[in-house]
Write a protein that binds this ligand. Structure first.
Ligand code: 3HC
Length: 286
């Protein structure tokens, strides 16, 4: 039974994953190396949850109880020592994740499972660093984690049946639909579907077939998608979209996987989307 969760990384993903766990009644700590990021993450969550209370989606009591179960810290080892389950949602860089898995493997109790929210780095590339390869897997959430109902549970070659079972049960307790992958594949299932659309959208825009606004309109108004592919890149982050493609290129060596030049241009300008106030579209900076 998972009683205490540690989420590593207080970015948009990590902080919302922490809130999802706290709302499900689980004592949760969100850790980040940046002391400045923690109050920012908490303020964004308070804003978001206040909106849900105002809309009558949740009661103030439930939200207060969730915040009482949610702690923020910069201390990785102390938080890991108290955790039954760790969800790593740090930056998408293998060197950083391997170092984190080594530190988590040394500090967490022996029974604790170490999951990574990585969308592109399979847990098998982190497992040996942790010293507990059977208790490692990917548990991949979607943006925004407070809203999207599926999570992917990806079994690595050494992941045990018990780890998959505990992770699937935890996903259900968090109110999510687990999609279980029996083996690792670059991008997993949902992103592979998403990328097929995104790459076609970027190609049509790059070839001057239509504006990105009109391509977004086609996805929304002709296909009933909640957002078009360019709006979605701004939501997830153009930095994340860029790094995802680089990671797949590095895994496959296939130059067709390199990010589209238009995406590279936004990435190099730092126009990451909603989080920077500008991406394909302009947003009010928060
Ligand atoms: N964070 C948290 N909650 C958010 C949010 C955000 N950034 N944006 C919107 N929401 C919540 C709102 O609070 C609202 O909640 P409520 O229904 O309880 O009141 C709900 O979402 C609906 O919001 P809005 O009415 O303001 O706007 P929309 O109806 O347009 O919905 C959306 C926004 C949920 C983001 C919707 O457009 C959507 O589903 N878009 C597609 C998202 C998607 O495809 N995600 C997967 C991305 S791939 C990924 O994450 C993989 C990774 O590896 C990169």
């Amino acid at each position: 039974m998972v009683e205490r969760i540690l989420v590593v990384g207080a970015g948009a993903m990590g902080s919302q994953i922490g809130m999802v766990a706290a709302l499900a009644g689980i004592d949760t700590t969100v850790q980040d190396v940046s002391a400045e990021q923690l109050p920012r993450a908490e303020a964004q969550l308070r804003d978001r949850l206040a909106g849900q209370v105002a809309k009558g989606r949740r009661t103030q009591e439930d939200v207060d109880a969730a915040f009482a179960r949610l702690r923020f810290t910069t201390e990785l080892e102390t938080a890991a020592a108290a955790a039954d389950y760790v969800i790593e949602a740090a930056i998408e860089r293998i060197d950083i994740k391997r170092e984190l898995f080594a530190r988590l493997g040394a500090a967490a109790p022996a029974h604790a499972i170490l999951a990574t929210n990585s969308s592109t780095i399979p847990s098998s590339e982190l497992a040996d660093a942790s010293g507990r390869a059977d208790r490692v897997c990917n548990l991949h959430f979607f943006m925004p984690p407070l809203v999207m109902r599926a999570v992917e549970v990806v079994r690595g070659p050494e992941t045990s049946d018990a780890t998959v079972a505990t992770t699937t049960a935890l996903a259900e307790r968090l109110g999510k639909t687990p999609v279980v992958l029996n083996r690792e594949i670059p991008g997993f299932v949902a992103n592979r579907l998403l990328w097929a659309i995104r790459e076609e959208a970027l190609r049509m825009y790059g070839d001057g077939i239509a504006s990105y606004q009109d391509i977004d309109a086609a996805a929304r108004e002709a296909l009933g998608h909640p957002m078009g592919p360019f709006e979605l890149m701004d939501l997830v982050g153009n930095d994340v979209a860029y790094r995802n493609k680089i990671a797949v290129y590095e895994q496959t060596g296939d130059e067709a996987e390199l990010p589209h030049p238009a995406l590279v241009a936004l990435y190099e300008k730092g126009d990451y989307g909603r989080k920077t106030g500008k991406g394909w579209y302009d947003y009010d900076s928060r």
